[in-house]
Design a protein around this ligand. Structure first.
Ligand code: DAH
Length: 360
């Protein structure tokens, strides 16, 4: 086997000179692959006489091992060289200034919802929620608004589509947050003290109406609650919300099917040169509906009207946001115009709370 040294030299030199992994693989196949040169020589062993085989066998095995380790060593050094090269060329200047990204802002509706929640939480109210797609029973019947009642048409209700053969009761997009009263009473009974902020829907569109808007409902039930408690709670609320001590309110007799008696509540304001100011002057601005919960509504909620009574109110969140922050057009609330959001939005870290002030 004189040729062995020449074969060895050919492959070891080749491996050392290989410039990449593909070249190494070609050499591996040519030398020790199934049909490689060394493999073919090994096949010759069968034809040798035993003496000759004794020396040729181990020599061929040793050659194969040597080629294998040369391949592994070269592969490792190629890898190292590649890494060196990347380390030398790919680098990052950590002293460069960062790319500035504009911060988002909190939408006035979210901000005001948080403010309202903070104020009522301070008076012991918890937050309740209900679905935006309601059955007409929760949205109307349970609130003492029977099928033929004019309120159903006045509210410009969106009805969910029904196929001709679908006989489920009608579903609506809730027209107010009042159905949450019923759901809360059914689930938790009395006594209770809750507010329920959320989205409501009516087919209406102009400067002060959008098809989707926000309300906050209030409900307080106990054994001896009266209109006086309602008045105190609302006056506390307006004083805190508008940050005006002793802000005047006016309760006007009104009518809602779900309260008896019912009152609409106005807050004191002035109009000077087309400028609205809350908490001064002798004009009035209507801000909410309220009253003592109707016994039929208590019954629909499974509450014993002989034992419990209480008050409820409903107020437009977008509306009081417009009043507090001087925003003239409701439609712009939902246009997602970045300029508007930057102008009227709030810093994310300014979470409203009663001690630091509601907003800055
Ligand atoms: N649900 C009424 C509306 O959307 C507002 C309202 C009035 C709610 C009186 C009440 C209430 O809870 O007592 O116009």
């Amino acid at each position: 086997m004189d040729g062995l040294d020449a074969v060895k030299k050919k492959y070891l030199d080749g491996i050392l000179a290989a410039g990449d992994e593909a070249a190494l693989e070609d050499l591996r196949l040519a030398a020790i692959g199934k049909k490689g040169e060394v493999a073919l020589m090994m096949r010759e062993l069968g034809r040798m006489d035993p003496e000759e085989r004794k020396t040729a066998g181990p020599a061929l095995n040793a050659l194969k091992d040597e080629i294998n380790s040369a391949l592994a060593a070269r592969k490792a050094s190629l890898g190292d060289a590649a890494l060196e090269e990347r380390l030398a060329t790919e680098w990052l200047d950590v002293t460069l200034a960062g790319r500035t990204r504009r911060q988002g802002s909190i939408h006035p509706v979210s901000q005001v919802t948080e403010e309202v929640t903070a104020i009522f939480a301070d008076m012991g109210f918890t937050v309740a929620e209900g679905p935006q797609v309601e059955t007409d029973w929760f949205n109307f019947d349970a609130l003492n608004i029977p099928a033929e009642h004019p309120t159903r048409t006045e509210m410009d209700t969106f009805y969910m589509h029904r196929d001709a053969d679908d006989d489920r009761p009608p579903h609506v997009l809730r027209t107010h947050t009042s159905p949450v009263q019923i759901r809360h009473m059914q689930a938790h009974g009395a006594p209770c003290r809750i507010i329920a902020p959320g989205r409501v829907y009516r087919a209406d569109y102009d400067q002060t109406h959008t098809p989707m808007f926000h309300q906050v409902e209030g409900l307080a039930l106990d054994k001896a609650l009266s209109m006086a408690n309602l008045k105190w709670v609302l006056e506390e609320f307006f004083a805190a919300f508008f940050e005006i001590d002793g802000i005047k309110t006016r309760f006007r007799a009104s009518h809602f099917p779900f309260t008896e008696p019912s009152a609409e509540v106005d807050i004191q304001c002035s109009w000077v040169n087309g400028q609205l100011k809350i908490g001064e002057g002798d004009d009035w601005m209507e801000v909410l509906g309220s009253g003592m919960v109707h016994p039929k509504v208590l019954a629909a909620g499974g509450v014993d009207a002989e034992k419990y009574q209480g008050f409820a109110f409903g107020m437009g969140i977008d509306r009081i946001a417009m009043l507090k922050y001087g925003i003239p057009d409701l439609r712009a609330f939902f246009d997602s115009d970045l300029r508007w959001l930057r102008h009227y939005g709030f810093a994310a870290l300014d979470a409203p709370n009663l001690h630091a002030g509601l907003s800055r």
